[in-house]
Design a protein. Structure first.
Length: 581
């Protein structure tokens, strides 16, 4: 938690600020006494109260350094004459829980983070928020909380990890996951895998590729909840500390100008976020999280719109997992604003969308160029950032597939051939563990379609990510000739023809629950098709004989949130007022 606040000049507190309910008048003397016990004084109590939500923890490198990031934000709040109040919330390490039963906690943690930050801000009558985030679900959870409270809020990313180095090339934890598959197929020795294990993660920060954390951090800029240019600086740099300090100062500017999420976010903001996601090859998880954010904000957004925007938006950044570069490399070329500038100049983003700075996207881009914080487009020197005229791929990376297996949609991120067409026999698994054992034992054959079900938001519960399985498939050399589909999710580090978020999920009697071993499944990216070679009558007959599985968890947090989750096609939200069914 924070140190005793520094002395600062008095910033007059507006009459309408919530914190006056606990700091003003004789009746609030007991309340002020509690604050004084923590070192706050009269000047603090007369200032706007800014909550700094901090999910620091020693359970993941993504969050291990966040106390330092939060402390810099606290200094910024104090310098801007605010009253900083730090409080904590949870995190789950996706990479450490990956491939275990514990991964079912991941998506639930998004909801708990949003719930807990909302509760503290509401209960303690805070005037503003700086929401700090590290690991994957921190980011949407914090943004959901800001939207729910509708307090002046600044989103602050903790920054990504530096890449490791192995045999002269940059590596990330993705390479280690894929190395597990390579070892099982004899393509890599256990000794080399151990070397990579020691080299892949050299310090603090979120996973380095354009995986879920960096995707959502990039989106936080594009959607307007974080300043343009704030996502790129790695975790352990002076620039990250400066960005945090500026976030604290900006929170007071948002209070002064009553700049809240509801006055920033619009349909255009979400369209900008999707355009940046698909242009950068961002994680499929961003589909789920953006749908959830839109539902919280009361903005209509459908899963089909991701495909519409992806069809018309070129992919212009080639980062891991499809490419070889990481967030640090993008930052060295000017960061996310370089991508946004190229998309804006070509008409792919709305320049008049508002941002947390009080400037529009277009004004913010001009401001960053005038101040030299990002280079002019002509000065960008990189072999992984392309122009819209000569893009890496003509279409964006996200594809929404529909058909008899996914009437409500399924999500694919293209990291290879966007003309991929595959027909093959279904190999059906009732959970991730069964599929992983099958792959590790070397049973998969070219042409197979692995079907993993009962891993959806309600059926899992918690919609596990399955990087272990997908990485093992790729590590065994089957990136292009084996497809996988599931009602669960994938890590942002997943690559290959892996289709997630199949909806309706198996627990709701979706068609994925009815697939049998050997059924022919078709994956057709150009036609956006995911289907099984069964007639409507055959599917109906199977549904009549289908029996719903009993929930594995009947008490505790998994049972509670599992029962509340909505469909993945609508963001898998639990907030009753935000559901879009």
């Amino acid at each position: 938690m924070s140190n005793t606040p520094q002395q600062h000049r008095k910033r007059e507190k507006r009459e309408d600020l919530p914190s006056r309910e606990v700091t003003e008048g004789a009746a609030r003397a007991p309340h002020r006494a509690m604050f004084r016990a923590m070192g706050y004084d009269d000047e603090d109590l007369s200032s706007p109260m800014v909550g700094v939500a901090n999910p620091a923890a020693d359970i993941t490198p993504c969050n291990v350094h966040l106390d330092d990031v939060a402390e810099s934000a606290i200094e910024g709040v104090d310098d801007a004459e605010g009253m900083p109040i730090e409080f904590g919330t949870i995190t789950i390490s996706d990479a450490i829980s990956m491939g275990t039963e514990g991964m079912k906690a991941s998506l639930i943690s998004r909801e708990i983070i949003a719930d807990s930050v909302e509760l503290v801000a509401f209960g303690e009558r805070m005037d503003a928020l700086v929401t700090v985030a590290g690991c994957d679900k921190n980011l949407p959870g914090m943004m959901m909380a800001a939207i729910r409270t509708d307090l002046p809020s600044v989103f602050l990313y903790g920054g990504s990890i530096m890449p490791g180095e192995h045999e002269g090339r940059e590596i990330t934890v993705q390479n280690v996951f894929e190395g597990v598959g390579a070892v099982s197929s004899g393509e890599m020795s256990e000794e080399e895998l151990v070397e990579m294990e020691h080299e892949a993660c050299p310090g603090a920060g979120s996973c380095g590729g354009m995986f879920t954390a960096n995707t959502m951090a990039s989106i936080s800029e594009a959607i307007g909840l974080a300043p343009l240019g704030s996502a790129g600086a790695p975790a352990e740099t002076d620039e990250r500390a400066e960005i945090a300090r500026e976030a604290g100062e900006l929170a007071l500017d948002c209070v002064e100008n009553d700049r809240t999420p509801s006055k920033i976010l619009s349909k255009e903001s979400f369209e900008n976020a999707i355009a940046v996601q698909v242009a950068m090859g961002g994680s499929t998880n961003a589909v789920l999280h953006l749908l959830a954010l839109a539902a919280e904000a009361g903005i209509d957004l459908s899963i089909e719109e991701f495909d519409e925007i992806s069809r018309r938006t070129p992919k212009i950044a080639n980062l891991q997992p499809g490419g070889t570069r990481v967030m640090k490399d993008l930052w060295e070329q000017g960061g996310v604003p370089v991508v946004v500038r190229r998309l804006f100049d070509a008409g792919y983003v709305h320049g008049d969308a508002m941002t947390v700075t009080g400037r529009t996207i277009e004004e913010e881009l001009d401001h960053l160029e005038e101040t030299g914080e990002i280079p002019d487009n002509s000065e960008v020197d990189a072999d992984f950032i392309y122009t819209t005229e000569e893009p890496y791929q003509d279409e964006g990376a996200i594809k929404i597939l529909k058909g008899s297996l996914a009437p409500d949609g399924a999500v694919l991120k293209v990291t290879g051939d966007d003309a991929f067409h595959h027909e093959g026999p279904a190999r059906v698994f009732e959970n991730e563990e069964e599929a992983m054992a099958y792959v590790q034992e070397g049973h998969i054959e070219s042409g197979d379609v692995l079907v993993i079900r009962n891993e959806g938001p309600r059926g899992g519960p918690g919609m596990r990510e399955m990087l272990g399985v997908t990485a093992a498939v790729v590590g065994q050399g089957h990136e292009d000739d084996v497809a996988l589909l599931t009602d669960g999710r994938f890590s942002g580090a997943t690559r290959g023809p892996m289709i997630g978020h199949v909806a309706p999920e198996a627990a709701d009697g979706g068609p994925i629950a009815l697939v049998e071993e050997g059924d022919t499944v078709t994956v057709d990216i150009p036609n956006r098709e995911l289907s099984v070679d069964l007639s409507d009558g055959e599917l109906s007959d199977r549904l009549d004989n289908w029996e719903r599985k009993q929930p594995r968890y009947t008490t505790g947090v998994l049972a509670k949130y599992g029962a509340q989750f909505g469909s993945a096609a609508n963001g898998a939200v639990t907030n009753p007022g935000a559901k879009r069914e």
